[in-house]
Design a protein around this ligand. Sequence first.
Ligand code: MTE
Length: 329
Amino acid sequence: MRIHRKRGWELPESAATPEPVALKRRSLMLAAGAGAMISLEAQAQWLFGRRESGDPWQRNPADIPDLPPAMRNTRYQPGRAITGEREPVTYNNFYEFGSNKDIWPTALRMPTRPWTVKVDGMVEQPGEFDVDDLMKRIGLEERVYRLRCVEAWAMTVPWTGFQLSKLLEIVKPLGSAKYVRFETAQRPDSMVGLRQSWYPWPHIEGCTIEEAANELTFMVMGIYGKPLPPQNGGPLRVAFPWKYGFKSGKSLARITLTDQRPKSFWETLQGSEYGFWANVNPEVPHPRWSQASERLIGSGERVPTQLFNGYGEFVASLYTNLQNERLWA
Ligand code: MTE
């Protein structure tokens, strides 16, 4: 199916809604051992067993367990200020809830507990995992990653989660598995966007097994030390910080190891503009706008785009023998 509908996130960057300047890092950090820290905010939540009641973008705390405090992994330095909390949780792309940026009140209606994710396909030990059990079994850490949207805006976000490779260790991929396919849940009761039947639901994303095993590939369950709200893909999403944001499948219901390259939702809709690899590259423009620079959500500052979104030291070697592929979106 090839549909030429103008999607909200395809607006020229100049037409995107400006965001209020509200940058102030909320969490002071506490040194806690070599190279690791716990935010005071996360500690307070853990001690008092609840989140701030003044966060309208969080689901009712009674539904969702607080996150245990997570150590910040300082190996991944963002090199820029963390975006104020309000922007990442209220400025979202999540088409299952609608095709504009302000879907968060609609998304908050989706219950995210209980929630299981099925991991199947070419693995020795497939399973259906309760996300809270998984979180306890693997353990969480915090990573501050840059997030670069294909629309040429960027944020810097403290995610809480675990490395995908740790989940792969549990399910044990077979040697024949070459790709990982990420499937978003379909919850028609709350995902009103699913009624737009011209979109190729369910939302699918994918990567190679090498990309999945890379240390940067992160399964996210929290943001700013709090449970990941549905608008950001709660309770479980994937993050590839060196790729355009559209690769980060949200609210995952199923992860499948396969020998077939998954065809993603956006690729199915418009493969000429949104490909399988989608690595960030300032020198390869989107067919309708430049990728040379990006606007920081919050401050509005415009900064140069970095190759692989600045994560080349971790991922460039994944692509050395793939020069014939369309690696850049
Ligand atoms: N996942 C699903 N299931 N549906 C979507 O519409 N949008 C993608 C990605 N993951 C999307 C999705 C796009 S275009 C972007 S830029 C990021 O989610 C946005 O993540 P954020 O809202 O947390 O910034």
